[in-house]
Design a protein around this ligand. Structure first.
Ligand SMILES: NC(=O)c1ccc[n+]([C@@H]2O[C@H](COP(=O)([O-])OP(=O)(O)OC[C@H]3O[C@@H](n4cnc5c(N)ncnc54)[C@H](O)[C@@H]3O)[C@@H](O)[C@H]2O)c1
Length: 293
């Protein structure tokens, strides 16, 4: 299986690649992509990966030529995104990344395996995933998801602490503070919404090991031969919740049947509208830049 990773010189990638190779034991070829000024870090990472001595790792190639490195890939993991810098508005973050993901979506649709599955992690993940879909002229709309599994895992850990042992935990909406957990308390929602910021405050950097673990969990469920249920941000066309049909929105998802329909309380319906509204605004900002030139 050919797997491409963008933002491969970054911190999540450093935690992700050993986990990925530990979890998936079939023959793998890795294509590591980052910006031109990160080529030396990519070479160093390549050397370390060789030193893992995984017999099922068949090839590694790295660089910044997206067209060459996405060629015929079966899986693409999008970690690469410009972070929010000092003085940068959220709108600037959205527009810069929108242009990148739109361009990458076009290339992916042109050169990857037509059955490629892609997961977007770089923030704002949901809107970046939508731009990836739009860049590829919607050809890959049902093959692109954004990572919500970290939020799901955070919710599960909060519920475990509250002694709620339910097996299936779902999050709805945007990977942002408007997200909500299905069928839970205000405390659990607050925990999930603040967790990322709490980790940044404590560590000085954003979640990396837990994000890497969540990516591997997500991929394992998505590709599993048996039916698996998890939270995934997917293209919202024909969703049963009445959400705008051109977003990448987190729903309860079955890898075999698609979106799962669960009953929502009145309060949850209100929260759904708030997170949907935020995503519509992000889409508008992203599109303003793309279609103003
Ligand atoms: N969705 C989630 O649940 C979740 C969780 C944690 C982090 N994140 C996001 O994941 C992303 C990666 O996090 P990190 O800690 O690895 O960040 P990082 O800054 O360590 O690494 C990001 C890497 O992306 C590269 N990059 C930037 N633009 C690129 C482009 N156009 N093409 C290829 N590479 C590019 C950078 O050079 C850098 O090496 C961030 O956007 C972060 O906010 C998302």
């Amino acid at each position: 299986m050919k797997i491409a990773v963008t933002g491969a010189a970054g911190q999540i990638s450093y935690a992700l690649i050993p986990l990925l190779l530990e979890r998936f034991k079939f023959p793998i070829e890795l294509f590591l992509i980052d910006l031109e000024d990160k080529v030396s870090q990519l070479r160093g990472l390549e050397m370390e990966i060789h030193d893992f001595c995984f017999p099922h790792l068949k090839k590694i190639q790295s660089g910044c030529d997206e067209r060459a490195l996405f060629k015929e890939v079966d899986v693409a993991i999008f970690l690469g995104a410009k972070p929010r810098g000092p003085g940068m508005e959220r709108g600037d973050l959205i527009t810069t990344n929108a242009a990148t993901f739109y361009r990458q979506g076009k290339i992916l649709a042109e050169v990857a395996n037509p059955l490629v599955k892609a997961i977007v992690v770089g923030n704002p993940a949901n809107t970046n995933a939508l731009m990836l879909i739009r860049g590829g002229e919607y050809k890959l709309k049902n093959q692109i998801q954004a990572l919500m599994r970290l939020d799901q895992n955070r919710a599960k850990s909060a519920l475990d602490l509250a002694d709620d042992q339910r097996k299936e935990v779902y999050v709805f909406g945007n990977h942002s503070p408007t997200i909500f957990v299905h069928d839970t308390t205000q405390e659990v929602n607050d925990f999930v919404r603040k967790r990322g910021a709490d980790i940044i405050k404590a560590r000085g950097v954003s979640s990396q090991a837990s994000a890497a673990k969540a990516i591997v969990d997500h991929l394992e469920d998505w590709f599993h031969k048996d039916e698996r249920h998890y939270s995934a941000a997917i293209y919202s066309e024909k969703n049963p919740y009445g959400v705008d049909e051109d977003l990448v929105f987190s729903f309860p998802f079955s890898n075999k049947k698609g979106i799962l329909k669960l009953p929502l309380s009145q309060e949850e319906k209100q929260m759904l509208l708030i997170t949907e509204d935020e995503m519509k605004k992000e889409r508008q900002i992203a599109c303003t830049i793309l279609f103003s030139n």
